[in-house]
Ligand binder design. Structure first.
Ligand code: NAI
Length: 332
């Protein structure tokens, strides 16, 4: 059965298509594109009613205008963050924008812990050694999280899930958020940002990327931190000034860096570039440090999260096509 509505779904991989097809009850016509939605690809939306996009699609004012010209009436984001979409432009163009506000915060929280543990106990290095029959432990020394102070920046859904997961470790937990929550206050102590920087052995970022939080981690904030600090970013790349992180690694101020996101990830992540030369010198330098662990924006990548993303995305679209609100509108 077909609803008659056509949706151009950008930045899709076979796994996205499997999960979306499985929940497409109303027979909406989903046309999958592997390309990102951006200025160069917006022409592909001609003849569609809606678009669906993901974290690295670029929907700025110009693209929004083109979408409106092509007759697009709704943008269904398959993610929570919307820093890549110009909401003012959407409003001006009369285009509805919906997101998936919550789809398993535990998926990102658990990946955050995976990065923390793997960095601390040098798991990737240890694994490579053992596969080469090298059972030497020199260079693999870790520390007990139970003795450490861990600072969480942003105590929304993912920050809170991270605090819950960390609670059992026995570490001292600090947190910062301009809008404190009672739930987080029961697990951690709210402090100001400078105190969190000064006191934490581990700092993990869980706030959205906004004009306020852009380059939150820069030379100045790193200078306030403990020597040998561990920094984890599973939120958005733009929170960390990558050049400042390199400076911190070089000076030894940063002892461990775990990134699931990177400022300029748009041209790199979610693709197999193993036959290509990397043109990003900062990224290449980051990869050269043994105490840097990078994953390619996979914090969200669990079965439960993909099921929820697909279900909410389809619900958001179906509500629009049925002339209703889903409650997930960023722009009505
Ligand atoms: P949320 O909206 O529930 O929580 C964000 C929290 O950050 C709020 O409590 C807010 O008050 C706080 N905040 C805002 N500005 C801040 C600042 N300047 N400093 C400190 N705190 C600030 O969002 P949720 O679901 O917890 O997601 C957080 C971020 O995680 C998203 O914005 C997104 O960028 C990222 N994310 C990453 C994924 C991945 O796969 N790596 C997947 C999903 C989200």
């Amino acid at each position: 059965m077909s609803s008659g509505y056509r949706v151009a779904v950008f930045s899709t991989k076979p796994y996205d298509q499997r999960f979306l097809n499985a929940v497409n009850q109303q027979g909406v016509e989903l046309c999958y594109f592997e390309e990102r939605l951006r200025e160069e690809t917006v022409k592909l939306t001609e003849g569609f009613d809606a678009v669906s996009c993901f974290v690295n699609d670029i929907v700025d004012a110009h693209v929004m205008q083109q979408l409106a010209t092509n007759g697009i009436k709704v943008i269904a984001l398959r993610c929570a963050g919307f820093n890549n979409v110009d909401l003012d432009a959407a409003k001006a163009c009369g285009i509805r924008v919906c997101n998936v506000p919550s789809y398993s915060p535990e998926s990102v929280a658990e990946h955050t812990l995976a990065l923390m543990f793997a960095l601390n106990r040098k798991i990737t290095r240890a694994n490579s050694r053992v596969h080469e029959h090298n059972f030497e432990l020199e260079g693999l020394l870790g520390f007990n999280f139970a003795k450490a102070t861990i600072g969480i920046i942003g105590t929304g859904k993912i920050g809170l899930a991270t605090l819950r997961a960390l609670k059992g470790l026995g570490a001292e937990l600090l947190c910062y958020d301009p809008y404190p929550s009672d739930a987080a206050a029961q697990l951690a102590t709210y402090v100001d940002l400078d105190t969190l920087y000064r006191r934490s052995n581990v700092i993990s970022l869980h706030c959205p990327l906004t004009s306020d939080s852009y380059h939150l981690i820069d030379d100045d904030s790193i200078a306030k931190m403990q020597d040998n600090v561990m920094i984890i970013n599973t939120s958005r790349g733009g929170l960390v000034n990558a050049q400042a992180a390199l400076n911190g690694l070089k000076s030894g101020k940063i002892g461990y860096l775990g990134l699931d996101v990177y400022e300029l990830e748009g041209d790199i992540f979610f693709r197999d570039l193993s036959d290509h030369v990397l043109n990003d010198d900062v990224f290449a330098l980051l990869l050269s440090y043994p105490n840097v662990l990078i994953t390619g924006h996979q914090g969200y990548f669990t079965k439960e999260a993909l099921e929820q993303i697909a279900a909410t995305t389809l619900t958001n679209l179906e509500h629009f096509f049925n002339g209703e609100l889903s409650g997930n509108e960023l722009v009505e």
